[in-house]
Ligand binder design. Structure first.
Ligand SMILES: NC(=O)c1ccc[n+]([C@@H]2O[C@H](COP(=O)([O-])OP(=O)(O)OC[C@H]3O[C@@H](n4cnc5c(N)ncnc54)[C@H](OP(=O)(O)O)[C@@H]3O)[C@@H](O)[C@H]2O)c1
Length: 298
């Protein structure tokens, strides 16, 4: 009998892809969406093979009824405290109440477990939810994918296509940065959702690339030599982000305020994945840095 997997955040960018990957693997897929969700979004999920249920996400009993009979609940929800802590806590409580044995939280980021609390607001939210999850009588697996490789297209200081520059902080021109495409993350997540033996934490990366090797890949892909440039010390970067945050209080209500993007890049230059679990499911293939860069540069 195929396993039933329930996905929250299914209408999102990552959630949609997880639904597709689960369907491909023959799972019975259920997508929980908010009441009043756009009919086009619901149709897309149904076409991907999901059974869609609109559920009042404020009522734990309603959530428990919805997830009953699942083998695993996957959260790909995105948001600030009211989502990552409050909503995920209700979903977790309902999952436990319904007797579902496994839960995958919406981590999908750099492995923050070795990082210092207070350095990254969005990681702190995940850390707080993690402390609830680890007290709950349920088997949990977190997936740490580093940064979504997609950010390489958005002209950040790490790769700026307009300026033709590749930047790095400190003396870290050879420091490996973890990038995973959303599709690779979704495929791996589907495997984990179906894998009853999966461990608590799983680090992955489609590619681990240093600023210097990124420079080389960009050169190979474009035949152009971008500037490889040191930006500032990591200490100065941390101080800059702190000031940027203090100067922009409205960012506390924004998921991806500029200072939060800075915090993310800072984390990428202070920790990286050393126990990559890419080979756990040998049939999975991973996008290479060069193939990914070739997909968007000319
Ligand atoms: N590592 C990285 O570089 C990186 C980058 C981006 C995202 N992420 C992470 O990846 C995960 C998925 O992100 P994504 O980009 O796929 O997100 P997304 O496209 O913005 O989708 C967010 C999902 O959460 C749901 N949601 C948001 N607020 C909600 C609320 N208040 N109540 C109920 N549902 C709510 C949305 O439902 P509706 O459709 O109903 O709004 C949607 O299904 C998140 O953990 C995110 O932080 C990581």
């Amino acid at each position: 009998m195929s396993k039933k997997i329930t996905v929250f955040g299914a209408t999102g960018n990552l959630g949609n892809r997880i639904i597709r990957e689960l369907s491909r693997r023959g799972a019975q897929v259920q997508a929980i969406v908010r009441p009043g969700t756009d009919s086009e979004k619901i149709q897309t999920l149904q076409q991907s093979g999901a059974e869609v249920q609109e559920v009042d996400l404020t009522i734990v009993n309603a959530l428990a009824q919805a997830v009953a009979g699942s083998h695993c609940v996957v959260s790909a929800l995105a948001g600030l405290g009211e989502v990552i802590i409050d909503l995920q806590k209700r979903v977790l409580e309902a999952t436990v109440q319904a007797g579902v044995p496994r839960f995958i939280p919406s981590d999908f980021c750099t492995d923050y477990t070795d990082l210092v609390p207070g350095e990254n607001r969005n990681f702190d939210l995940r850390r707080e939810f993690r402390s609830h999850l680890d007290r709950a009588p349920i088997q949990a697996s977190s997936i740490f994918n580093g940064a979504f490789a997609d950010i390489l297209q958005y002209n950040t200081p790490i790769l700026n296509l307009k300026d033709k520059s590749i930047g790095y902080w400190g003396d870290k021109a050879d420091w490996k940065l973890d990038f995973t495409t959303m599709d690779d993350t979704a495929a791996f997540t589907a495997e984990v959702a179906l894998d009853e033996e999966s461990p608590r934490d799983l680090q992955i990366a489609s590619f681990q690339v240093s600023p210097r090797s990124l420079w080389q890949d960009v050169k190979t892909a474009t035949d152009q030599e971008f500037r490889l440039q040191p930006l500032s010390s990591l200490e100065d970067f941390a101080a800059f982000i702190k000031k940027q945050r203090a100067d922009y209080p409205a960012g506390e209500q924004e998921l991806y305020a500029r200072w939060q993007q800075g915090q993310y890049m800072y984390s990428m230059f202070t920790t990286h994945h050393t126990k990559v679990a890419n080979k756990r499911y040998p049939h999975l293939t991973w996008t290479s840095s060069l193939d990914f860069i070739r997909s968007f540069v000319r």
